[in-house]
Design a protein around this ligand. Structure first.
Ligand code: SIN
Length: 320
């Protein structure tokens, strides 16, 4: 949506939004998350999230209970089966990095797409941040989709892709999980198939819904072609034109819509500590609908840039 939309949202809603880039990211002010929110404030945050895809809050000195209470305004919360949680709080993912445990969230992804019903949104609170670095970057998957050349869209619209928690399987093995235990996890979390292009259940907008961390391949496509197309789609997240970047401070919070954006935590702060806590709101089953709004912005000269930046070796995909 355009910056005019921000002005009208800011006029209509009981919160203020400062945009971070033309299409993604907005800092919210005029709200205290240690207090229960009014229905109007919740609706305002929801509307702002749909518009901006990721919201930032500063100086929110809240407790873990208040973090959970804020998240519950937006849906049921998940318990992550593989990642460590905060003692006594199964719904709070504790992400702690230091000299012995370097950051590892530096890959573009949308959270838990290896679930049948992946996340609606994640709410991350900074407990301790390094003196410099450890920013989180966000990429707008609607804009990334809108920027694809027609020839690529034609190949992927309506296709499904397989997702898997392979990275966690590797970590579970390192932590001593037996093959029998892993087999139980495989049964409990069978590989889902999600649309390569997802229609957002609330905005109807289409966005890229494959990610380098969890997507394995496009169903029913030759492995080589699947790999080439996935490389193009993954590369879209790297484009600065689709991104915004958040510099953390203690008591900052980011709330992102996993259905509309991907994120990447820069792992540039070793050997310093970085400690954040994430609460994840459960979403619905992803679907694709051919009709629906694309963009409400004017056609951009940037559109189709991927065509000029060859991202994968091999035959020229755009000529076929
Ligand atoms: C995550 O990938 O969910 C965590 C992102 C971050 O630590 O900034």
């Amino acid at each position: 949506m355009s910056l005019d939309t921000i002005d009208s949202l800011t006029d209509e809603l009981p919160i203020q939004i400062t945009p971070y880039s033309p299409t993604i990211g907005g800092e919210i002010s005029g709200i205290d998350l240690s207090q229960p929110l009014t229905d109007g404030q919740v609706e305002g945050i929801r509307a702002a999230l749909l518009d901006r895809k990721v919201l930032f809050f500063r100086d929110q000195n809240i407790t873990t209970e208040q973090h959970l209470e804020f998240a519950r305004n937006f849906g049921d919360l998940e318990v992550h089966p593989f990642a460590p949680h905060k003692d006594g709080y199964p719904e709070v993912l504790a992400i702690t990095h230091d000299r012995e445990h370097p950051g590892q969230e530096n890959g573009w992804h949308s959270d838990v797409t290896w679930r049948l019903q992946p996340s609606l949104g994640s709410i991350l609170r900074c407990i301790e941040c390094p003196p410099m670095g450890g920013d989180t970057l966000f990429a707008d998957m609607y804009a990334a989709y809108d920027g694809l050349p027609e020839v690529v869209r034609e190949k992927i619209e309506g296709r499904m892709a397989l997702h898997d928690f392979e990275g966690f399987r590797v970590r579970l093995r390192k932590r001593g999980a037996t093959e029998a235990e892993l087999e139980e996890f495989n049964k409990t979390y069978p590989n889902p198939e999600h649309p390569v292009i997802r229609s957002h259940p609330e905005t109807g907008r289409k966005g890229i819904y494959v990610n380098a961390a969890f997507t394995k391949h496009i169903i029913g496509m030759a492995p080589e072609e699947s790999e080439r197309l996935l490389a193009i789609l993954y590369h879209q997240a790297n484009m600065p034109e689709y991104q915004c970047r958040f510099r953390w401070a203690a008591n900052s919070i980011a709330f992102w819509d996993n259905r509309a954006c991907q994120h990447y935590a820069a792992s540039d702060y070793w050997p310093n500590n970085r400690k954040v806590e994430r609460v994840t709101v459960i979403g619905d089953t992803p679907f694709y609908r051919a009709e629906g709004p694309t963009t409400d912005m004017d056609e951009s000269p940037f559109r189709g840039r991927v065509e000029r930046q060859r991202v994968a070796p091999g035959p020229n995909l755009f000529k076929s």
